[in-house]
Design a binder for this molecule. Structure first.
Ligand SMILES: *[C@@H]1O[C@H](CO)[C@@H](O)[C@H](O)[C@H]1NC(C)=O
Ligand SMILES: *[C@@H]1O[C@H](CO)[C@@H](O)[C@H](O)[C@H]1NC(C)=O
Ligand SMILES: *[C@@H]1O[C@H](CO)[C@@H](O)[C@H](O)[C@H]1NC(C)=O
Ligand SMILES: *[C@@H]1O[C@H](CO)[C@@H](O)[C@H](O)[C@H]1NC(C)=O
Ligand SMILES: *[C@@H]1O[C@H](CO)[C@@H](O)[C@H](O)[C@H]1NC(C)=O
Ligand SMILES: *[C@@H]1O[C@H](CO)[C@@H](O)[C@H](O)[C@H]1NC(C)=O
Ligand SMILES: *[C@@H]1O[C@H](CO)[C@@H](O)[C@H](O)[C@H]1NC(C)=O
Ligand SMILES: *[C@@H]1O[C@H](CO)[C@@H](O)[C@H](O)[C@H]1NC(C)=O
Ligand SMILES: *[C@@H]1O[C@H](CO)[C@@H](O)[C@H](O)[C@H]1NC(C)=O
Length: 836
């Protein structure tokens, strides 16, 4: 404030010389009447009288001077409107700022103790939007509007508690767009326990920004991408506060608590003359405080699945409600177990917003290992986590009692270690060792394959001396002089596609960032296991979809580029085209063509849109998918196994032609992601073949299984999981099989197709679908047989054997399995902790 004080004086002198109302200063002898304005020196903000919306009430407020749409950032007399235009704002003889009506009736005043205000004062509107009252004699700021914010947080406004004076600065919503009276929602720092920032509605927590982790709030993972701000968080004996600065002073930005209970950040775009919102919260169902009750975790990313799962070692408190997808009762510790000095340990739940820290204890001098020991020692400690994310994690947070409001994030997030009993610990350990076994087997197979390939390669080289090696490998010269020289051996052997055009464009991070508005949440199209997808527009107007891979991918940049080059060569009308990639710093991105029509699930499982897909269209989609998959399996030299074929991975172009997306992810993301990494099984339960789901064995027949499920979904318009409530032991596959045995198979067909549906064809397709989902992989047809069967009605169909229709873990609760048999093994690993 020091420089400000100086200029206050300079301007005061100027004002004295002029003898009229200064631009930005109100002094003891002047009055601002309705119609007058106080304008900050840089003309950024104005103070005056206004009426919100169509209301006839008059208020004194501050708004942006240069923003064409009147945007109020602060209101003085929030609760006491003035009825006519008789309002007058002045400084009284005590040096207080006062608002009078009819020249006498006091409507509002700054509440400053008289000991401070017994001197003449001057009010000045600053370019930050802050109205300050300065004591002329001492130059002290004795009051400022930033200490009494209304619903808007401006840059450099400090939110939080002054521990010395007890002043707590927080935001409160308006009651309605026409009434600035404090409404039901507030956004404030709660210093109880381990300090958090919370949005309250009707006095209850509504959304939790969480605790400070060093560079962001634990509940706002995207804050690390907050490119226009720098944030300072202070927590010391004097105060606990947060303040945002803007890096570029010309940016006009604000955050508002809306009447309905959401936080909205927007920037003013001069060109469009409107506010553009770039962030808001709460965003998804898991953002609402305590959505899944105590001791549970909310994961919104498995679309179609119940978002609530119990934390490890816990089970639903009310299984009936849980089955009806009401998680509010939460979870309780599984009965009959002890977590006190009886072999207990911890299970890691990865990438979460850590639970409510109101009752958590923190000790910043402990590291994670000491934290674990400390928590283990104390039988009432239910979980621990690192308090800070900076410097790779430091400090210790420990919870006692229920764990509230935990949720999973897609990218960043903290790891939470939950105390579990010995049995539970063993269970998780088993999962891990199972995964390790399969990965060992996979590594063995990979090595054998590599040896085999290397063998045939050298064999070719020897043969070449005598005659041209005419295996399906490309000519040797093609290999030796190409960019693939630095690639892995197996890559060299599988090169195909047009020559001379082998490099997919490599884009700069800056190009992609600007195309996607700096990965703005507004551009986000979705989120999957491998990362987030953003829509972008290149400078030349081309629309693109950018897949920003999560940072867990263990692959190196060169390997990654090689794999993308290979995958990009796969071209088929039923595959989404890869346009290029971007590898920079620790970012890895894939650039795809943009398809405006969303994915198949958005049509198939939506009541209103389902009818747009008549039988012909559905049949064409199924046939197209079969051809695309056949290409991946057989016709391309790479022999790609998709591993995650499902309705949401099928995109539709303008003509509703299906295009398979996310193929080759296993290669692109590095084998490690799929195989080596013990805690990660890709794929989506419900579409996963039993041998893959349970034993991690995959083959082209696992894709055939997924295709069969998809085919049945296309015909029925229902999700495979949709039958769970009717018959908990079953799903669409089981349902179709039961009806098939009874000869009532037509009941499976989606009624919304009406007369467009040829019953005969549809029944044939159901039979093909059932052939694809047979329990034993060897019984299932390969994709070329499927394409043939679909295309040719004369081909006789076999009688399907029993499908593997139920994959249901007996294991109930926890992250390993929720009640509908869905599993998210990927987020659970085991901590090294042993009991004592
Ligand atoms: C206000 O007016 C009184 C007389 O009307 C004068 O004595 C005083 O100096 C003025 N104060 C300021 C700050 O102009
Ligand atoms: C104000 O009144 C106009 C016309 O009656 C209406 O169109 C507009 O929506 C109203 N604005 C608000 C904020 O209620
Ligand atoms: C303004 O008018 C309302 C009725 O329209 C009345 O209740 C209220 O007291 C008035 N306020 C003042 C300050 O006169
Ligand atoms: C202010 O004056 C108007 C008109 O003279 C009158 O209707 C109103 O009641 C007055 N308000 C107060 C608070 O005295
Ligand atoms: C002004 O402050 C005093 C002491 O902090 C408090 O008792 C009083 O209610 C306040 N008045 C208003 C109008 O806020
Ligand atoms: C205000 O200041 C005057 C002298 O400037 C002094 O006489 C008076 O006692 C003070 N009043 C209070 C309440 O401090
Ligand atoms: C605020 O709370 C009150 C009482 O709880 C309720 O009647 C009112 O509808 C709420 N307003 C909003 C905007 O939610
Ligand atoms: C933002 O950074 C600038 C320069 O690095 C610094 O002067 C300013 O105080 C920072 N603001 C906040 C709120 O941290
Ligand atoms: C933090 O832990 C250390 C080591 O156990 C202990 O000495 C210290 O008292 C603890 N600090 C607090 C605030 O509990």
């Amino acid at each position: 404030m020091n420089t400000e004080k100086g200029s206050v004086y300079a301007l005061l002198l100027l004002f004295l010389l002029q003898g009229t109302i200064g631009l930005d200063i109100l002094s003891q002898n002047n009055t601002i009447r309705d119609g007058n304005l106080l304008v900050s020196s840089g003309k950024r903000f104005a103070l005056g009288f206004f009426s919100p919306g169509n209301s006839s009430h008059r208020y004194v407020g501050i708004w942006y001077y240069q923003v064409s749409e009147q945007t109020i950032v602060w209101v003085a007399n929030r609760e006491r409107p003035i009825n006519g235009t008789s309002g007058a704002l002045s400084i009284d003889s005590d040096g207080k700022l006062v608002l009078h009506e009819n020249g006498s009736f006091l409507v509002w005043s700054t509440n400053v103790s008289s000991a401070l205000s017994n001197y003449s004062t001057t009010a000045r509107l600053m370019d930050s939007g802050n109205l300050v009252l300065v004591q002329d004699f001492s130059e002290r700021v004795i009051w400022q509007s930033f200490d009494y914010p209304t619903d808007t947080m401006l840059p450099f406004l400090k939110l939080g508690l002054n521990r010395k004076t007890g002043l707590n600065r927080f935001l409160t919503s308006w009651k309605s767009p026409e009434d600035p009276t404090p409404g039901n929602c507030s956004y404030r720092i709660d210093p109880t326990g381990y300090t958090q920032l919370l949005l309250y509605k009707d006095g209850d927590p509504y959304w939790r920004a969480g605790s400070w982790t060093g560079d962001r709030w634990s509940g706002i993972p995207e804050m690390t991408h907050a490119f226009i701000f720098n944030v300072s968080f202070v927590n010391d004996p004097d105060e606990v506060s947060i303040m945002y600065g803007v890096l570029d002073a010309s940016i006009i930005t604000r955050m508002v608590v809306s009447e309905s209970g959401s936080l909205r950040r927007s920037t003013w775009h001069d060109r469009d003359q409107r506010w553009i919102e770039f962030w808001f919260a709460p965003r998804d169902q898991c953002d609402y405080y305590g959505k899944c009750g105590p001791n549970s975790n909310c994961n919104p990313y498995d679309t179609g699945q119940f978002e609530c799962t119990c934390l490890p070692g816990f089970e639903p408190k009310s299984p009936t409600d849980w089955d009806l997808r009401d998680g509010s009762a939460g979870c309780v510790r599984r009965g009959g177990v002890s977590v006190c000095r009886s072999g207990e340990g911890f299970v890691k739940v990865a990438r979460v917003k850590v639970p409510d820290t109101t009752k958590a204890r923190a000790n910043m001098s402990l590291n994670l290992k000491e934290c674990k020991e400390e928590c283990l020692r104390d039988c009432s400690c239910t979980a621990y986590a690192s308090a800070s994310e900076s410097l790779g994690g430091s400090g210790c947070l420990m919870w006692h009692g229920d764990l509230l409001d935990t949720r999973t994030f897609g990218h960043s997030g903290q790891d939470l270690y939950v105390r579990v009993d010995a049995i539970e610990l063993a269970r998780y350990r088993k999962t891990r060792s199972l995964n390790q076994k399969t990965s060992a087997a996979i590594i063995l197979v990979s090595i054998l394959t590599a040896l085999l390939l290397a063998g045939s390669f050298s064999y070719c080289l020897v043969i070449k001396k005598r005659k041209d090696c005419r295996s399906h490998n490309p000519p040797v010269s093609d290999i030796t002089n190409s960019t693939y020289l630095d690639g892995p051996q197996s890559v060299k052997d599988h090169v195909d596609g047009p020559r001379g055009n082998r490099d997919v464009p490599l884009y700069d991070l800056s190009t992609i960032a600007s195309a996607t508005n700096n990965f703005s949440v507004l551009n986000k199209l979705g989120q999957g296991g491998f990362g987030s997808v953003y829509k972008g527009i290149m400078d030349n107007g081309t629309e693109i979809a950018v897949k920003r891979l999560s940072k867990h991918s263990g692959q190196g940049a060169e390997e990654f580029k090689n794999e993308v080059r290979l995958i990009a060569k796969l071209q088929h009308r039923n595959l989404v085209r890869i346009l290029g990639c971007c590898v920079e710093e620790d970012e890895k991105m894939l650039i795809y063509e943009y398809l405006p029509n969303k994915s198949l699930d958005a049509f198939l499982f939506e009541k209103t849109r389902r009818s747009l897909l008549d039988w012909r269209k559905r049949f064409e989609i199924a046939s197209g998918l079969a051809r695309g998959l056949l290409y991946l399996h057989q016709d391309s030299r790479l022999r790609i196994i998709h591993r995650d074929l499902k309705a949401s991975n099928v995109l539709l172009d303008e003509a509703m032609n299906p295009k398979i997306s996310d193929f080759g992810m296993a290669r692109i993301c590095g084998a490690d992601q799929i195989q080596g990494n013990t805690n990660r099984v890709v794929g989506t339960y419900g579409y996963m073949s039993p041998e893959y789901a349970m034993e991690g064995i995959f083959s082209i027949k696992s894709d055939v299984y997924s295709f069969g499920v998809l085919l049945l979904e296309i015909i029925s318009g229902k999700r495979n999981s949709a039958y769970y409530h009717e018959n908990p032991s079953s799903n669409l596959v089981g349902h179709a099989w039961e009806l098939w045995k009874e000869g009532n198979c037509k009941d499976v067909i989606d009624e919304s197709m009406g007369d467009s549906c040829s019953k005969e064809e549809a029944l044939r397709c159901i039979q093909i679908g059932l052939l694809c989902v047979q329990e034993f992989a060897d019984d299932r047809p390969n994709m070329s047989a499927v394409v043939l069967m679909l295309a040719n009605n004369d081909v006789a169909l076999a009688f399907p054997k029993r499908p593997a229709y139920v994959f249901k873990s007996k294991y109930h609760g926890a992250n390993l399995s929720s009640s509908d048999g869905t599993t998210s093994v990927n987020d659970v690993t085991i901590s090294e902790v042993e009991g004592r």
